[in-house]
Design a protein around this ligand. Structure first.
Ligand code: ATP
Ligand code: MG
Length: 253
């Protein structure tokens, strides 16, 4: 039996004249931690948004847990077990960190998370949300407001919000961006631990040092197309990758 959790096959989407994602195919097996690299504008975020359902493809198929999910909306995909953390963190500013996660947890249960928070077992939701904050190491800040917290905490909050739906597949869009060296290493360690605990993860990152350190496998996009896919060391030594990506000086990022 296949252990593939997610498969994308010949996936494509255009924005005006731009083929943002162009004929991309790959599969991720249960339990993998895969790095997704590529220069700015390569199509990485768009590929994640296609998988999460935020963007509809013009061609190709997405399969998750052995079924086609092209027709499912993002909420249905979340219920099946996928969650995405976003490149730009946008917590609800007028809610505590805990309530931000409670709201995300509500999305697991109903399409109307606000109603879930108002009517469902609030205690159970809060306990589950607190556990998510514990998993990302910020439970002590549960009652703080996001506006009082540094970016490092907000990045962890974004991961906690994704964990709140108890996903099997975590799609992370640049979780380390903007963090200092130490903080980036600590968050990368956390991502590695989440993977070791059984979560399958697709990780977009420009921090090549950390991607090389924690991702056994790397996929590289350039101009919407997949140009490499394989073991991290092999991919980083691939001349086409060096040309498309490392040539920009990003290796020093
Ligand atoms: N909603 C949109 N409308 C129009 N064009 C878009 C939209 N989203 C992305 N694009 C375009 O699609 C291409 C791929 O963008 P995308 O954001 O997926 O790249 P990326 O690899 O995530 O880049 P970065 O590393 O800068 O985050 C770019 O040319 C971008 O301008
Ligand atoms: Mg992006």
């Amino acid at each position: 039996m296949s252990t593939e959790l997610v498969q994308v096959c010949n996936l494509g989407v255009r924005f005006g004249g731009v083929a943002a994602v162009d004929g991309v195919s790959f599969a991720i097996a249960q339990g993998e931690l895969v790095g997704l690299l590529g220069p700015n504008g390569a199509g990485k975020t768009t590929l994640l948004r296609l998988i999460s359902g935020a963007v509809a493809p013009v061609e190709g198929e997405i399969r998750f847990r052995a079924r086609s999910i092209n027709r499912l909306d993002p909420a249905a995909r979340a219920r099946l077990g996928m969650a995405m953390s976003h490149q730009i963190v946008r917590p609800f500013r007028n809610m505590t960190l805990l309530d931000n996660v409670v709201l995300a947890a509500g999305a697991e249960i109903t399409r109307a998370p606000w109603r879930a928070v108002a009517t469902l077992d609030r205690k159970r939701l809060r306990e589950a949300a607190l556990h998510c904050l514990e998993m990302v190491g910020i439970a002590a800040l549960a009652d703080c407001m996001p506006s009082t917290q540094p970016l490092g905490v907000l990045k962890r909050l974004e991961v906690a919000r994704a964990l709140a739906t108890r996903p099997r597949l975590l799609l992370l869009d640049e979780p380390l961006a903007g963090l200092g060296h130490e903080e980036a290493v600590r968050l990368a360690d956390l991502i590695q631990r989440l993977n070791a605990s059984g979560l399958t993860i697709l990780l977009i990152e420009h921090n090549l040092t950390e991607v090389m350190r924690i991702c056994p496998r790397i996929v590289v996009l350039d101009n919407g197309r997949k140009i490499a896919d394989g073991r991290a060391a092999d991919v980083m030594a691939d001349p086409e990758v060096v040309e498309a990506y490392l040539g920009e000086g990003a290796v020093h990022a």
